[in-house]
Design a protein around this ligand. Structure first.
Ligand code: G4P
Length: 534
């Protein structure tokens, strides 16, 4: 196999592709914005994603987004910092939480978890964390809002360890919080980075660092706080996990940092440490073994998201793909493995800070969006390699909301099936059928409730089909892993419903989580999974 050129190796090595996960309001947007500020991609905080108005500017693609002032799909931001080329994958969080949020994590090489210091681990963080651990990617923790009253530091660390089951290693340690927040103590350098409210974070402030044994520290931080810090550090040194890059790389130890994104404190320190501890583009599994970006010369990528209807006049779609090896050149011809055809990748786009722009080339680690005439599906592989191969598929994530769909005008059956199937193919919704009947009754499952509105809106606008949705009480879905199982003989609970997917694979719906355990108890050998095979 021909060797990668040095230029190509250097380009790939300097790439860092990660997702930021958090519960809504923990400060993900603010932190992202501060990263861009340090990368010089924006001059003033507030200019990119300052809440509703600017979120509009980033992805003003669908009417529904405009109506609600939120972005329905996630985007990717690329910027440069200190020789690194950084790709941040935005994971939609508020009402627009959807299966795309999970899929985005499949394209990342690591994750930054933002936690509100006064709240600890919250529901959405827990869900997203599960997907990260499934992939064993490195996870970094930024405990935000230290300028407000925070939970006790040990309590916060315990919360992460107990709730998420990952060991933590604080790289720095906070000195007070809220009105008494004095800064963070760097455990390795044995120095304090002093907190200052740098014009509420609109510009890059001066960073002042003082060694812990410098006499100056005595008049910068009062004695009580110094004593408390000393005690806490002693306790942590004695009982906490030591930093171990190996464990971090395997996703078993999370380095923890403290700061305040809003006031721009601790953000650059975090970014610098994070970039050196996180991974450059990782190898990916395929049916011909691992594809390592540092060895494989030819371009390869997989589709992880399909964005429909960016231009309402045409029913066009953009397929977002993660490049796993090689270099992408605009207009290049590649094999679309699942389609069994050669395709030309046209109109490649990338998000640079707030703009979408047409790009000429990109490297392993990067995310590009290409024009999709309706041929791609989630998980598809594209490659320029003469030896064809397919990347491991993207799992189907468990929907949490279900509804029965009925057409208002039953004459439009064909359009309805076509529309709903296409929308499902893009991955916005999952469709199921009653176990005993065919397509007469369709059950739709979504990860975030907004997807119901998206479905209704799109069927009406794009396919001229009006529907009624009757929400169902189920909240849990499980795929049946057993190859051979007589579903008629399965002993379930009264709140359980048997359904099947479009490939006739059986699934179970439950209202209560405890019913899942009971069903497992009642049926020896039954294997249920939270993730479906695509
Ligand atoms: P999200 O993307 O995770 O949902 O959170 P986002 O960054 O939008 O932040 C949520 C709220 O928390 C915002 O306030 C933001 O200003 C605030 N915030 C973020 N980081 C910090 C921090 O370090 N300290 C403090 N005190 N607040 C922080 P908001 O009032 O909801 O919005 P806005 O009107 O300020 O834009």
């Amino acid at each position: 196999m021909p060797e990668l050129t040095k230029q190509m190796k250097d380009e790939i090595k300097r790439r860092r592709t990660f997702a930021i996960i958090s519960h809504p309001d923990a400060g993900k947007t603010t932190l992202t914005e501060k990263f861009l500020l340090y990368g010089g991609a924006i001059n003033q905080a507030g200019s990119v994603k300052g809440k509703a108005t600017a979120k509009h500017a980033v992805s003003d693609w669908m009417e529904i987004e405009k109506e609600r002032g939120i972005s329905v799909t996630s985007s990717v931001l690329q910027f440069e910092y200190d020789g690194y080329c950084i790709n941040i994958l935005d994971t939609p969080g508020h009402q627009d939480f959807s299966e795309d949020t999970y899929r985005t994590l499949m394209a990342a090489d690591s994750a930054v978890m933002v936690i509100d210091a006064s709240k600890g681990v919250e529901a959405q963080t827990r869900k997203l964390f599960k997907v990260c651990t499934m992939r064993h990617i490195p996870i970094f923790t930024f405990i935000n809002k230290m300028d407000r009253e925070a939970m006790d530091t040990f309590e916060l660390l315990d919360d992460i360890e107990n709730e998420l089951g990952i060991a933590t290693c604080p790289i720095n340690w906070p000195i007070g919080s809220g009105k008494n927040f004095k800064g963070v103590y760097d455990r390795k350098e044995r120095e304090v980075e002093l907190f200052s409210d740098t014009k509420k974070g609109t510009t890059q402030g001066e960073v002042k660092k003082v060694k812990i044994d410098d006499p100056e520290i005595t008049w910068l931080i009062d004695e009580n706080q110094r004593l408390q810090l000393e005690e806490e550090i002693e306790l942590q040194d004695g009982a906490g996990a030591e930093f171990d890059q190996e464990l971090v790389s395997r996703g078993e130890l999370s380095p923890v940092f403290f700061g305040s994104a809003l006031t721009n404190f601790g953000v650059e320190t975090f970014l610098q440490h994070f970039l050196s501890m996180t991974s450059s583009p990782l190898p990916r599994k395929s049916d011909k073994g691992e594809i390592n970006p540092m060895e494989e010369q030819d371009f390869s990528a997989f589709v992880f998201k399909i964005q429909a209807n960016m231009n309402k006049a045409h029913r066009d779609r953009i397929a977002f793909m993660r490049i796993c090896s090689g270099k992408f050149d605009a207009g290049m011809e590649v094999h679309h493995i699942q389609g069994g055809k050669k395709v030309r990748l046209s109109q490649p786009q990338q998000m640079m800070a707030s703009e979408r722009k047409i790009i000429e080339n990109a490297y392993a680690g990067d995310i590009i969006g290409v024009f999709d005439p309706g041929i791609f599906s989630i998980g598809d592989t594209l490659t320029a390699s003469p030896e064809k191969f397919a990347f491991e598929g993207i799992p189907t994530f468990a929907p949490e909301h279900f509804a029965r769909v009925r057409q208002v005008d039953t004459m439009k059956r064909k359009q309805f099936i076509k529309g709903i199937s296409q929308i499902a193919q893009e991955g916005a919704i999952q469709i199921f059928q009653e176990y005993n009947t065919g397509m007469e009754e369709i059950i739709v499952g979504v990860v975030g409730v907004l997807q119901f509105d998206v479905l209704k809106y799109r069927l009406e606008n794009e396919y001229k089909v009006e529907i009624r949705l009757e929400t169902l009480p189920y909240e849990h879905i499980r795929w049946i892993e057993n190859e051979e199982l007589d579903l008629d003989r399965l002993v379930g609970t009264s709140d359980m419903k048997k359904i099947k997917d479009l490939k006739d694979r059986p699934l179970l719906l439950f209202i209560n989580e405890w019913s899942i355990r009971m069903t497992l108890d009642r049926n020896e050998g039954l294997i249920l999974s939270e993730f479906g095979r695509s």
